[in-house]
Design a protein. Structure first.
Length: 715
């Protein structure tokens, strides 16, 4: 709502109120006996009349205006009077607003206008054009997993607040006793001590339990997010830098998980304290309480404005942190390229630019916080002066004792602190929740890795059919990489995919291991679409050795049995032998227990390739895909692999290679050109056609003539 319309609405309500109250004031002397008999009910009757008048005037003069303002304005005085009569049974008799001092009317309208203004300030995020902020309900649902710990913490919280509330009350009573000459009794001093000690002990337990909930939540959320990420499609990982994901796990998740329990902790503690102490304060002096409460709408308004800014800056800072991490990771993981092209200075510049951006945002956050604190302290001081001035006046009037005033001031300091914490805590929760936006965004992504397929037959022939497959990578949806591709892979045969760079060979391999789903057409295994197969079953039956095999840090054995739960030493050795890796592994001091270093950095390219092949062979896959997987193999490795293929009888092998010798050794060749199949047949048939296959062979080193046609997979 615009500021102008709020002012207009406030003026309208004041005008209507003045008219209604003036009319009522005329009636009061006439109805005095009836009103005296009605007591509190008279105040509620007056409120009902005012509410009707506000609503009628609102409908006529300001349609669409918030009805809440009318309700707050009319119901505040009787609610206050009822509360006061409950807390101070012998306090002043309930009065009608119509006959009360004009200051009461000013106070009621002033407070309502302040509340309206606080309400009208745009919610954090909305005004600054940030993406949809995370709903607080969602954050609380996240914390719900730790409800037993949080429940116990809440119990200690209530006990601590009871102690905190009783402390100043006992202090005030002791002071009054001293002033009246009775002196402090052992009982009052003991009570003050007991309440303080008790509240400290319970507060400690509360804090400890909330910290425990935080730690547990962090652990479970990190685990949940990581497991969820593992199931995402490859396009997601291609579009999201790894460093960004690790920054989310390392920074955003802890921030989010700290925010929820600590906010729940702080909010509950403050809410219970404010309600408890607030009740006592109203009992001591309703007038002073109302004055002290002036601070609340002002702080809410200021905090709302500040939060809107802070959320934007906080999100930008987190993004900048993730970006800095990405720069560091990229430079370190490509250090060889950086060194080769002497790009160290360029990388340093990139890093310092990213750091500067991060620091600039941090400074901006700090400066804005300092400004906000300054204004807020000034408001706080003004309200305190107002309360002191009024308290002094009440002391002189004799409507309050020194002990009660001291108790009130002690309570005010505490309540003020907790009101701020409540207001700040909510803002803080929202701003920290900004960190959760990305985390929830990732958690909401539908996983595509496991489609929930259940098909897992006891025997599989390994007959693969590409049926009119068309495909475009999600990142470049307009560029069709495969167009209407159809071919078959037969069990017991080695089929080679041939074609120039970028013709779509690896893409076919990617579709066969379900890295992606075809845009049109189907990839079938034994006549069943791949997505219908059970996830683990499919990836045990179809194994791919890629162009640049990646090893994980760990031993050679760990790498070979990766992903398998039940794999014996015999199988590991057999797979290593079939991949031609047994020789070099046996020559190592630690054999299969040799650490390969990060990404297999301590091995040569050929050794890495052999281990990657062993990792595929150990599964005894029905369909084996070798995507340029033999490029770094020497003759020994190649012969071992060919022997394995030959001895593995019924297996289906898809071979992607540019090597004429390997192409010629295949049973069948499928030639791709710009994502379409242009030729298919045995190598001899294709050579005799003198078409695309022959041209490919001629382009290859050795002018296309097979170097050793005698060494064939099928022989
Ligand atoms: N992740 C990706 N996102 C977008 N486009 C891609 C992606 N991977 C490959 N491409 C594009 O798809 C086309 C086919 O690539 P593919 O890797 O299948 O070719 P290829 O025949 O295996 O080439 P090479 O012989 O060089 O390995 C190329 O134009 C390539 O630029």
């Amino acid at each position: 709502m615009a500021l102008l319309s709020i002012v207009r609405l406030a003026c309208l309500l004041l005008l209507v109120d003045l008219v209604v109250l003036a009319a009522l004031a005329q009636l009061v002397p006439v109805l005095a006996p009836a009103l005296a008999w009605l007591g509190l009910a008279a105040a509620w009757l007056e409120a009902g009349l005012r509410l009707l008048a506000f609503i009628a005037a609102g409908r006529l003069l300001a349609p669409g205006g918030p009805r809440g303002a009318a309700v707050v304005l009319s119901l505040t005085p009787p609610t206050f009077l009822t509360l006061r009569s409950l807390l101070v049974p012998y306090g002043a008799a309930p009065a009608l607003l119509a006959t009360a001092a004009p200051a009461w009317l000013a106070l009621t309208h002033g407070a309502t206008t302040a509340v309206l203004l606080a309400w009208a300030v745009p919610a954090p995020g909305a005004a600054m054009g940030t993406k949809s902020p995370v709903a607080v309900g969602r954050l609380l649902a996240l914390a719900w997993a730790e409800w037993p710990v949080l429940g116990a913490a809440f119990l200690f919280l209530v006990l601590a607040v009871l102690g905190e509330t009783a402390g100043p009350y006992c202090t005030g009573k002791a002071l009054d006793a001293i002033r009246q000459g009775d002196g402090p009794t052992t009982f009052t001093i003991g009570l003050v001590l007991a309440t303080d000690l008790g509240s400290s002990l319970f507060a400690g337990c509360r804090g400890g339990l909330f910290t425990l909930a935080q730690a547990r939540l962090k652990l479970s959320t990190c685990h949940r997010l990581f497991s969820h990420l593992m199931l995402q499609d490859l396009a997601f990982f291609q579009g999201t830098p790894a460093a960004d994901l690790s920054a989310r796990l390392a920074n955003d998740v802890p921030l989010l998980c700290n925010a929820v329990p600590s906010s729940v902790n702080v909010a509950l503690r403050s809410l219970v304290t404010v309600l408890g102490l607030g009740g006592f304060m109203v009992g001591l002096s309703p007038h002073l309480t109302l004055l002290a409460l002036l601070e609340v709408p002002l702080i809410i308004t200021m905090r709302k404005v500040y939060d809107a800014r802070y959320q934007v800056l906080q999100q930008a800072k987190l993004d900048a942190t993730a970006n800095t991490a990405a720069v560091v990771q990229e430079a370190i993981s490509s250090i060889e390229t950086v060194r080769t092209f002497a790009g160290e200075e360029e990388e340093e510049r990139r890093h310092s630019r990213a750091l500067a951006k991060m620091l600039e945002l941090k400074d901006q956050i700090d400066v804005e916080w300092a400004l906000f604190t300054l204004v807020w302290r000034a408001v706080q001081l003004a309200v305190q002066v107002l309360v002191l001035w009024h308290g002094h006046w009440q002391l002189r009037e004799g409507t309050i004792t020194t002990g009660s005033l001291v108790t009130f001031l002690l309570y005010q300091a505490k309540v003020g602190l907790h009101v701020q914490t409540l207001v700040f805590g909510h803002g803080d929760l929202l701003s920290k929740a900004a960190a959760g936006r990305k985390v929830f965004e990732y958690l909401d992504r539908e996983p595509t890795g496991d489609t929930g397929g259940t098909w897992a037959p006891a025997t599989l022939r390994g007959h693969v059919t590409f049926q009119h497959v068309s495909f475009a990578y999600p990142m470049c949806a307009e560029h069709l990489v495969l167009q209407d591709v159809s071919f078959e892979l037969h069990p017991g045969e080695v089929t080679a995919l041939a074609g120039l760079n970028g013709s779509g060979k690896s893409t076919c391999a990617g579709l066969l291991v379900r890295f992606y789903e075809p845009g049109a057409g189907e990839v079938l295994l034994d006549g069943v679409p791949l997505r219908d197969y059970e996830h683990h079953y499919l990836h045990r039956q179809v194994a791919l050795v890629g162009q640049e095999p990646v090893l994980f840090s760990g031993t050679i054995r760990d790498n070979i049995i990766f992903g398998l739960k039940d794999c014996g030493e015999k199988e590991v050795r057999a797979a290593a032998a079939a991949a031609g890796a047994l020789g070099f592994i046996s020559a190592l001091d630690q054999g299969f227990d040799t650490d390969v270093g990060e990404k297999g950095g301590q091995l040569s390219a050929g050794e890495k390739q052999r281990i990657a092949i062993a990792r595929a062979l150990v599964r005894r896959p029905t369909v084996l895909i070798l995507d340029e997987a033999t490029s770094a193999l020497d003759g020994e490795g190649e012969v071992a692999l060919q022997q394995w293929v030959r001895s593995s009888g019924a297996r289906t092998v898809l071979l992607i290679t540019h090597c004429p010798r390997m192409l010629e050794a295949a049973d069948r060749v499928v030639v791709l050109e710009r994502g379409t199949v242009v030729e298919m047949g045995t190598p001899a048939e294709l050579r005799s056609c003198r078409g695309p296959y022959s041209r490919l062979l001629q382009r290859s080193p050795g002018t296309g003539q097979p170097e050793n046609p005698g060494v064939g997979y099928g022989e």
